[in-house]
Design a protein around this ligand. Structure first.
Ligand code: NIG
Ligand code: FE
Length: 418
């Protein structure tokens, strides 16, 4: 039997329809909003999007067999997509937050064996089940904040065994939880503390021991590297990303986060799908990204939480770089799971417009993780992933901050948050 869903009478239905992903420049401001809009879904797939009046007429004989969600007075958008998270990890680091408030820096804590190393120790010690339980809770919080697809990185295992454990937890969550998870291998998240005097040996292990196994087990789509002074050099990053390409893994880079380090330039050189962070990206790097069609995934929660300067979103958009936004959800530099709060930060601290931040968390976020053919807009043929906010217009989403406006979440035509 066909499963039908009718989302009716939204005050504003933000469709993002008609774009070729990713949207750049002025196209990032085109939301294609339908007032008094409605969506008809069959077996999880969007069949039609239009006005409430029009769809009621077309489907008048079938509405009684459909699950009807009344969106009167509410704003309906494509399910939000978070394209950069460190979802699977063990523990928290509030002690380091307290240290940073007293003047210690993020990198200095890491160099002393804390930071990513602290979470690596906790993640290595955690059983598969413990990691699963903690990550499941986070996933549920994502859903409550309107997110229907997330990217999830490994990178707190740093040995073959524990990197595989993280990726296998993500795979099991993908099977068990309504949120779709796209996995990224990030064995090169840090040089293990005990190997700090011989980083090349670790780079070799990532390339010859971990990458082949991750690819063979089909546990990841992307391959990411933390290219940063004191972590991986551009040369090491390039070797790792090029090796990943041999195994069919598309490059992503944590680029120019703490210091300018030619990460944006490297992203263009290796043909990365995205360069992420970019707080300190150079003008040359931004230009190179634009020319190579590399997307910028900006993480303003990290600038907020590290009390750093924000990425130059306006400069990037003007240069023609397509922008997506993400939480960077992780225990060290951005312990949040609220993508709507990141939208507020995008507007207030990076001067993006409310239209641009919506594009950056739907259509462009989908593109950043290779799923724009399936989700990211409300158009016939796409999956029925939809978030309903209890606000009368989309402007209110990035105007009222620090509040959760999510009313209902629909994943593949099923109501998952009420
Ligand atoms: O995206 N920069 C590197 N990785 C994460 C932080 C990881 C951590 O501190 O645990 C980031 O900021
Ligand atoms: Fe990150």
């Amino acid at each position: 039997m066909v499963q039908r869903m009718f989302i009716s009478n939204a005050a504003q239905l933000v469709t993002m329809a008609g774009h070729t992903a990713p949207a750049t420049k002025e196209a990032m401001s085109i939301l294609n909003v339908i007032e008094n809009g409605a969506v008809w879904i069959e077996d999880g797939i969007i069949v039609e999007v239009g006005t409430d009046e029009g769809l009621r007429e077309t489907y008048k004989d079938q509405i009684e067999h459909a699950t009807v969600i009344d969106a009167t007075g509410k704003t309906v958008t494509p399910g939000l997509i978070d394209p950069h998270t460190h979802l699977v990890h063990a523990g928290t680091r509030e002690n380091e937050y307290a240290m940073r408030l007293q003047g210690r820096t993020y990198m200095d804590i890491m160099e002393a064996g804390g930071g990513i190393h602290a979470t690596t120790r906790a993640t290595q010690q955690a059983t598969h089940e413990a990691l699963y339980d903690q990550s499941l809770q986070r996933l549920h919080t994502f859903l409550l904040h309107g997110v229907t697809t997330v990217e999830a990185k490994s990178g707190y295992g740093l040995t073959l065994e524990h990197e595989l454990k993280q990726l296998e937890v993500a795979k099991q969550l993908q099977e068990d939880h309504p949120i779709d998870i796209v996995s990224t291998f990030m064995g090169a998240h840090a040089v293990p503390f005990e190997d700090k005097d011989n980083p090349e040996a670790f780079v070799d292990r990532v390339i010859h021991e971990m990458l082949p196994e991750v690819a063979e087990k089909k546990l990841a789509t992307f391959n990411d590297v933390f290219c940063e002074r004191g972590v991986f050099t551009p040369e090491q990053s390039k070797r790792i990303l090029e090796a990943g390409k041999q195994y069919g893994l598309t490059p992503k880079i944590h680029a120019d986060e703490i210091e300018p380090y030619a990460g944006a330039e490297l992203a263009a050189e290796v043909g990365a799908i995205s360069a992420d962070h970019l707080l300190k990206a150079s003008d040359k790097g931004i230009q190179a990204m634009s020319e190579a069609g590399v997307m910028g995934v900006l993480l303003p929660g990290t600038a907020f939480f590290l009390m750093a300067e924000y990425a130059q979103a306006r400069k990037m958009i003007d240069a023609g770089v397509a922008i997506a936004l993400s939480t960077d959800a992780n225990p060290g530099s951005s312990p949040t799971i609220s993508l709507p709060f990141i939208m507020n930060l995008g507007c207030l601290n990076m001067k993006m417009t409310p239209e641009e931040v919506l594009t950056a968390t739907t259509l462009n976020a989908a593109y950043a993780i290779g799923v724009a053919d399936k989700v990211g807009s409300l158009e016939p043929g796409k999956q029925g992933d939809i978030t309903i906010f209890d606000v009368p217009n989309y402007l209110t989403l990035s105007y009222q901050y620090g509040m959760n406006h999510v009313d209902t979440v629909v994943k593949a035509g099923q109501q998952v948050v009420i």
